[in-house]
Design a protein around this ligand. Structure first.
Ligand code: NAD
Length: 493
């Protein structure tokens, strides 16, 4: 049985205690055992990160940038290898996994411009003979705690920026698909990153709690479900750390009466069922405005019938299994309960693929959903699309703004006025206009509002450079000693 350990100080290190199974979700078989770090395993990683910090933060910016350029080359050349590692443990189809790698690489590319992103400011002559400048310095040791659903992209969001800023890092990936993180650590090493700058600690709550309570870890980046995001935010903040904790989602897609319904149906099916709905930006609620509901539901159901569900390694498959048996059963329970709540199950995903050996479930479409139903109120994180029918644009905005989650949202319309008013009024962090999954490109930053983000800084891009650096402001004067005198007054300009 393959054993998956940690990556500390530039090499793989075996686990010392607890471990758990890693599955191939397409077969349901155990493919490996992953180590679950104890606090003393974590301590080894912190020691390595602490030892590497002085030299890395003193490393010239061009040398740091060179690591990013080389990393981009390596990951690009071997992206298929990484995609297949993702598919083997996550289950998503290989083409989708390759897409995740490309989106992760965007951030490496942004970080390659670190010379520019780390520039400070300078003001000459703020007072007679006095100049002021600011610099950005690393925060120190940073921890990155990541979810199962993007085992390469989310680590690449966090780790690259933290490293570009001169920090050293402890990455704690999801214990359900840990291999991509170790692959990334090797790629960084091959790109010339010194040992100890990036360490990977596999584990569960014990390792995470060790991170949250560790005095030497100064900042925590987290992506995962809302209850854990809130827990991470509260515990790490209480311990004096900087925290950004991105949580769960319930993303709505509004379809206006003037929209092209075929294009909207294509977009809804792609965004709801891609990666089996296990994307934080997946569309999980379709908001049908006015008369569009009946034809749109028909068009979506028709497209669902043609989707090919199967092993992610099979090139014909468009959607793979869910991550675990428990996740599949949880998704099934929402569909099972929807009818009793008063909704209408138009397509029941439990009827197809449910009995296969892997963690498969078919796609579901649930109509006449309303707030107050579990299928609407909770994040399902699976291939279930709910349809909420509303009368007007204003009803759609009111519905979405009342939701506890606010990660992504989209409007489908051919009317610029509606799109503009939507953008202005909607209380959600990332908005798409005729774009169903509006994940910002690497030069912007990613993050939601409300219960989809705890803290105030979004991931990657300029906001991440702020998160992973501390500003220092230096006021400088080169006075003539002959003019010097004692003056107890408060310095003014
Ligand atoms: P999760 O919250 O179960 O796990 C995320 C991380 O937290 C993992 O590393 C895990 O080991 C750790 N963890 C889990 N339980 C813990 C506990 N009790 N104490 C301490 N640490 C714990 O999330 P997941 O199931 O891996 O990922 C799916 C979730 O992530 C969904 O809710 C999804 O919406 C969310 N997500 C959000 C975004 C975003 O950008 N907002 C992006 C991707 C995923």
């Amino acid at each position: 049985m393959k054993q998956i350990g940690h990556w500390i100080n530039g090499g793989e290190v075996a686990g010392t205690g607890r471990e758990q199974d890693v599955f191939n979700p397409a077969t349901g078989e155990v493919s490996a055992r992953v180590a679950l770090a104890s606090v003393s395993d974590l301590e080894q990683a912190v020691d390595a990160a602490r030892a590497a910090l002085p030299a890395w933060r003193a490393t010239g910016l061009t040398k740091r940038a060179a690591v990013m350029f080389k990393l981009r080359e390596i990951v690009t050349a071997k992206s298929d290898e990484l995609a297949r590692i993702i598919t083997a443990e996550h289950g998503k189809v290989v083409s989708d996994a390759a897409g995740e790698v490309v989106r992760g690489l965007e951030n490496v590319e942004y970080c390659a411009g670190l010379m520019h992103h780390l520039k400070g400011e300078f003001s000459e002559q703020v007072s007679s003979g006095v100049d002021v400048h600011s610099v950005r310095q690393p925060v120190g040791i940073v921890a990155c705690i990541t979810p199962f659903n993007f085992p390469a992209m989310v680590p690449l969001w966090m780790v690259t920026t933290a490293i570009a800023c001169g920090n050293t890092v402890i990455l704690k990936p999801s214990e359900r698909d840990p291999s991509a993180a170790l692959w990334i650590a090797q790629a960084f090493k091959d790109a010339g990153l010194p040992d100890g700058v990036l360490n990977v600690v596999n584990g569960d709550k014990e390792a995470v709690d060790g991170i949250l309570d560790h005095d030497d870890i100064k900042a925590v980046s987290f992506v995962g479900s809302t209850p854990i995001a809130q827990y991470i935010y509260e515990r790490a903040s209480k311990n004096g750390k900087r925290v950004q904790a991105l949580g769960g989602a319930k993303n709505h897609m509004v379809v206006m009466p003037d929209a092209d319904l075929d294009a909207a149906a294509d977009a809804a099916v792609s965004a709801a069922y891609g990666s089996a709905g296990e994307r934080c930006m997946a569309v999980s609620v379709l908001v049908a405005v006015g008369e569009v509901a009946d034809p749109l539901v028909d068009k979506i159901a028709e497209r669902m019938g043609k989707l090919v569900i199967g092993d992610g390694f099979d090139e014909r498959s468009e959607m793979g299994p869910l991550i675990t048996r428990e996740a599949r059963d949880r998704v099934a329970s929402y569909v099972a309960g929807a009818t009793d709540e008063g909704a209408r199950v138009v397509v029941d995903g439990r009827e197809k693929h449910f009995d296969e050996s892997g963690f498969f479930i078919g796609t579901s479409l649930v109509d006449h959903v309303k707030p107050g139903m579990k299928v609407y109120d909770e994040e399902i994180f699976g291939p279930v699309l709910s349809v909420v029918r509303v009368e007007t644009f204003e009803d759609a905005v009111e519905l979405i703004n009342a939701n506890q989650f606010a990660n992504g949202v989209a409007i489908f319309t051919r009317d610029g006025k509606s799109a503009r008013e939507f953008e202005f009024a909607i209380e959600v962090g990332m908005v798409g206009v005729n774009v169903p999954i509006p994940v910002p490109v690497g030069s912007f930053s990613f993050g939601g509002w409300k219960k989809s983000l705890f803290g105030d800084t979004h991931m990657y891009g300029a906001e991440a450079f702020n998160f992973y650096t501390r500003r220092k402001v230096v006021t400088t004067r080169w006075p003539d000693p002959t003019q010097s005198q004692v003056d107890l007054g408060f310095p003014t300009n």
